[in-house]
Write a protein that binds this ligand. Sequence first.
Ligand SMILES: [Ca+2]
Length: 167
Amino acid sequence: MITLLYLLIIGLFGETDQVKIVLEAEQTQLNAGWELETSYDDYTGSGYITWKSDSISFQPQEGVLAYTFKVAESGFYQLKLRNRYECEDLTECNDVWTRMDDGQWIKAYSHTNYRWNLQTGHDINHELNEAPGYQLSNGKHTFYLAGRSPGFSIDQIVFEKISLSKM
Ligand SMILES: [Ca+2]
């Protein structure tokens, strides 16, 4: 029965490699505007970070955090920020700036409030991508976060490999 179930799952979803890169958002050099917090429970690592400064609606100049990591298996990786925010309006205090390597700054948002969640979309000039990600080659990459909405918290940055390549 277990074998049959396993085969059924494999049949439905194909062989997944489950390659996941998980970075703790608080494990970087924090700068002005960001604070390490532990008030909400159920975080991982030593806490999470919250943007405490002003709302930054244009290209970020301050509060830029860098995360360098290594990719062992190249492919397309979906971005999932483990995030939380406490605004009743789903579209308030719900976003942060993101950038991969030399790419452009893109607003990343969540629409799930009051609890930790992995829902992460990208908004490029009001075009929404509900499953954003990056084609990553083997080797070193640097991901950047910068503050956008005050009150937006991030616990983890997750890159989940969803295919060998989109090329
Ligand atoms: Ca964390």
